[in-house]
Design a protein around this ligand. Structure first.
Ligand SMILES: Nc1ncnc2c1ncn2[C@@H]1O[C@H](COP(=O)(O)OP(=O)(O)OP(=O)(O)O)[C@@H](O)[C@H]1O
Length: 449
């Protein structure tokens, strides 16, 4: 059987890292099996769905490298949901209800007072034709519920193991609202059947829905897909992430925090498993040890600091070719392979290259202690002629050591502080050729250059 998965966000906000984890898991699962990925926009909620969020979802997935083979939009498929609803009506599984939200609330309060679970009492099933006519004449419009069959509903969840629900313990779900809008429980099942989805992998906010959906697949003669419900990511305080909080949106992580797509992918692919989180340079490398069975049931905490540490490690290993284009888009056209090799070990995010660029190519105020001024002038005098390479530093400091008798920190620290204006930074062996002779001489003499 060929595998088909879907990622089905609603375009009601920017994707956040929790959504991205679901998209990534679907992608890895499908690609590992040579299967297909469907991107489906769940945009039946016209009031909240926006074209710019739909475009942002596509841009975010593209940034992560999570390609899709098929695309569907629920708002284009409304006639399919109408047809499915008609079939359910014919088979007696979809029935009209006229209670208002207040009336339903009232019922729930009464049930609670009697110590009963808040399950819909199916009063609407007992209405006669004349009752319905009277209610409609009052101007009421029905909403439509799916009649669950009693007994146990079970499925083997790829993450949660065997799941069982007593159908009698949940309310018949509303599939169509009184304004005629079909709801997720219905639209999702109709699409999964008609678009041939074999594995439904989503957040565990959908578990409660699944029992009803299993019966709906059966009522619509669809093949039941496999299910995997992953726990929801939380922030470090344990709060569920949602599209409504935009600080952990993919856009913010990319543009404001400076996270690399592959750092995020590598982090999300391992978060919530007991595997170590390691640098991976492409999605193919993540496929090798991907296994849906390794994801635990506890809600993992998303930790931006941990992600940034991985981001730094990734950049430290990234070859120049992989970043050259982006560096020139940042206006750093004169950064070459030697420059990148010198500074990459000192950046946490790509934008940090700007700081080292300013130090190597811009003006720096040298840091010079009173005891070192003379030593540094001697050092300037011993600088060899260009061209310089990585050997230059060793030859120069060797000669300087002989001349002055200084060694260790007494020798190296003043050079670093004068040449870079900083106490710490990249290996000077690599940095010196990037700074160049003219700047080095001036800085060793204490001049801003
Ligand atoms: N915090 C989270 N952690 C993991 N998965 C999540 C999280 N939030 C949503 N998801 C999953 O992301 C997928 C896309 O969902 P959807 O577009 O409905 O997002 P949402 O963030 O739940 O939306 P909203 O914030 O508007 O309720 C679903 O499979 C959903 O279960």
């Amino acid at each position: 059987m060929s595998v088909k998965v879907r990622f089905a966000p609603s375009p009601t906000g920017l994707l956040q890292v929790g959504n991205a984890r679901i998209a990534l898991v679907n992608w890895l699962f499908a690609r590992k099996r040579g299967g297909a990925v469907l991107l489906r926009l769940d945009d039946t909620d016209r009031a909240r769905s926006r074209a710019e969020y739909a475009a942002a979802i596509e841009a975010d997935l593209t940034w992560l490298g999570l390609t899709w083979d098929e695309f569907a939009r629920q708002s284009d498929r409304m006639d399919r949901y109408d047809l499915a609803a008609a079939r359910l009506r014919e088979s007696g599984r979809l029935y009209p209800c006229y209670e208002t939200a207040e009336e339903l609330e009232q019922k729930r309060k009464l049930q609670a007072a009697r110590g009963r679970p808040p399950v819909y009492d199916r009063a609407a099933l007992r209405l006669e034709e004349a009752d319905r006519e009277r209610l409609e004449a009052e101007g009421r419009r029905p909403h439509w519920r799916f009649k669950l069959e009693g007994g146990e509903v079970a499925w083997n969840d790829l993450v949660r193991g065997r799941q069982t629900f007593q159908a009698g313990s949940v309310s018949d779900p509303v599939l169509i609202r009184e304004d005629g809008r079909p709801l997720y429980t219905l639209t999702s099942v109709v699409d999964d059947i008609e678009l041939g989805v074999t594995h439904v992998m989503r957040g565990e906010d959908h578990v409660a829905n699944t029992a009803a959906q299993v019966q709906l697949f059966q009522a619509l003669d669809g093949d039941l897909p496999a299910f995997a419900h992953l726990p929801l990511l939380t922030d470090p305080q344990g709060r569920k992430l949602s599209k409504r909080e935009e600080d952990l949106s993919l856009q913010a992580l990319r543009a404001d925090v400076g996270v690399e797509a592959m750092a995020l992918n590598a982090y999300l692919a391992k978060l919530g498993t007991s595997d170590p989180i390691e640098v991976r340079h492409d999605l193919q490398a993540l496929l090798a040890d991907f296994d849906i069975g390794r994801f635990g049931r506890a809600a993992p905490k998303f930790d931006t600091d941990e992600l940034l540490r991985l981001n730094a490690r990734l950049l430290h290993e990234t070859p120049f070719e992989a970043v050259s284009q982006r560096l020139s888009e940042m206006g750093l056209d004169d950064v070459d392979a030697a420059f990148w090799a010198a500074v990459r070990g000192n950046v946490e995010r790509l934008a940090d290259v700007r700081d080292w660029h300013a130090i190597c190519r811009g003006e720096v105020e040298p840091m010079i202690g009173d005891d070192d001024a003379e030593f540094l002038v001697t050092a300037a005098g011993l600088l060899p002629a260009e061209p310089w390479d990585e050997e230059t530093w060793g030859r120069w400091t060797g000669a300087l050591k002989q001349e002055t008798g200084r060694k260790g920190a007494k020798l190296f620290k003043p050079l670093r502080k004068a040449l870079t204006g900083r106490e710490h930074g990249p290996e000077l062996r690599e940095l010196l050729p990037v700074i160049g002779r003219a700047r080095a001489v001036a800085r060793l003499h204490g001049r801003r250059a």
